[in-house]
Design a protein around this ligand. Structure first.
Ligand code: EPZ
Length: 440
């Protein structure tokens, strides 16, 4: 295991290029199963989750490989539609193979993803959508057993949930509907850019999809799809993370290979917080010289404020004079970073789904524990402004979603390095259990 050491006090300056979006690549890799032909996906980040998805595709009988940012997948015609617990439990996005396998093979056994540190991760909306397409599903011994008696048939499906629309449920149902007989309408579909990117890839494969990016997606089923080639969009969560880091340190950073159109609410909140933000065609520049201003934020489905940037926004607010209120509407338990930030001297109080953040003058560096992907990023950027050094342990969480974060931050002038963790001889059960938990 590795740890990351950050010494605070440096302003970030310069340019940084972001990688491709993990959350666009993962469902797209599952979509490749919808044909027996080869598909090529470029601009894929070199992350643990990508390798986990490749392991899953290979275990299903597809041939998948990753080389220099490009994933090549050749599913062939001998798929074994069983996604095992060992893989699905480490990465929730594995559930995305359910729709493609059902549409291609006619049945699938996929382990339930289970919960994780940010909260329960149900898949009832996935199953509701697939059943509406004519599949029968049953949960036995921790696995979803799905099967269709004949070909899937199109239907009108409402996919909204208590927390708004579901990203991966929209992905699963949309993928399955591309090979169903007739027309499918998905109401209250997710509008995230990653869903738009997936739909564009499916259309390149020969799917007929309208209304992409809106709450209502219409799919005209076809008999067969063919292989396709695409390059995935920039990772908007990685972009936001560097924007918040630049604002926190009072620096001047140009984030390149970004799509400003995916960052409207983040740019709005940064400007409210007192940062100067300039949008380029494929870049965003953040400068902050003046005093930070408190900002209230509520996480919502896209285009609302992304839950995946809630922890990073909170880090910024910990050093912002005044009171800021952050309300988490997508994953009400997504506050594992609060206790670690408070170890660094921040003053955050949880009140139901909200965190009340009372800004402090200075954070102090401390040893902290990463708990999930985005909380880890918040601890790293908090370390950039803390007095002294901060040691972030269990950074494998970070490595699931950020490609070479310490290199990119070093290029911007941060005092940050990665070191091998001296693993204690005897690990407690709780620490083992934590290690098995996964978010994604
Ligand atoms: C995707 O997860 C992302 N993961 C998450 O990013 C992201 O936080 C989330 O969307 C919300 O934007 C990937 O794309 C791989 P949801 P997903 O289904 O699709 C409830 C990261 O850090 N729900 O949109 O699994 C659910 O409990 C990860 O990169 C149901 O009730 O999230 C949650 O409250 C973390 N029933 C809400 O909907 C369902 O069947 C949104 O979940 C499905 C979801």
């Amino acid at each position: 295991m590795d740890k990351i050491i950050v010494t605070g006090g440096r302003k970030l300056r310069g340019e940084v290029e972001v990688s491709g979006a993990k959350n666009a690549a993962l469902p797209m890799m599952a979509a490749a199963l919808l044909t027996d032909q080869e598909s090529i996906i470029e601009n894929v980040p070199n992350l643990k989750d990508i390798r986990t998805m490749l392991d899953l595709l290979n275990s299903l009988g597809a041939k998948g490989e990753y080389r220099d940012g490009t994933v090549t997948i050749t599913p062939g015609n001998t798929l074994v539609p069983v996604a095992p617990y060992e893989l699905v439990s480490t990465m929730r996005a594995s559930v995305c193979v359910l729709g493609p396998l059902l549409a291609r093979v006619g049945n699938a056994e996929v382990s339930l993803p289970g919960g994780c540190v940010i909260g329960p991760r149900p898949i009832d909306l996935h199953l509701k959508g697939l059943e509406a397409l004519g599949a029968s599903t049953e949960i036995r011994h921790g696995y979803v057993h799905a099967r269709m008696h004949k070909r899937l048939r199109g239907n009108d499906i409402y996919l909204g949930g208590a927390f708004g629309s579901s990203v991966l449920a929209t992905a699963n149902v949309m993928m399955a509907a591309t090979l169903a007989r007739g027309q499918t309408t998905i109401e209250d579909a997710a509008c995230e850019p990653e869903i738009v990117d997936l739909a564009c890839f499916l259309i390149r494969m020969g799917a007929k999809i309208q209304g992409v990016g809106s709450k209502r997606i219409e799919i005209e089923g076809v008999n067969k799809l063919h292989g396709a080639k695409t390059a995935i969009i920039a990772d908007r969560v990685e972009v936001g993370t560097y924007l918040f880091a630049a604002a926190m340190t009072g620096g001047d950073v140009l984030v390149k290979k970004a799509d400003p159109n995916h960052q409207n609410v983040v740019i709005d909140k940064l400007r409210q917080a007192g940062a100067r933000v300039d949008r380029g065609k494929s870049s965003i520049r953040v400068r902050r010289t003046g005093r930070l201003q408190p900002v209230n934020v509520t996480t919502l489905p896209y285009p609302g404020f992304p839950t995946d940037l809630q922890a990073q926004m909170m880090a910024l607010m910990t050093i912002t004079p005044g009171i800021s209120v952050i309300t988490e509407k997508i994953y009400p338990d997504r506050y594992m970073h609060v206790s670690e930030l408070n170890r660094m001297g921040s003053r955050i109080f949880l009140e139901g789904p909200s965190a009340i953040v009372q800004g402090v003058k200075r954070l102090s560096g401390a040893p902290v524990m990463a708990s999930d992907l985005r909380a880890s990023a918040a601890l790293v950027i908090a370390g950039l402004v803390a007095e002294g050094s901060t040691e972030i342990h269990r950074v494998y969480h970070l490595d699931r979603g950020y490609e070479r974060i310490e290199e990119k931050l070093s290029q911007l002038g941060a005092a940050i390095s990665r070191q091998k963790e001296q693993v204690p001889e005897q690990k407690s059960d709780s620490s083992m259990a934590l290690e098995l938990e996964a978010v994604g």
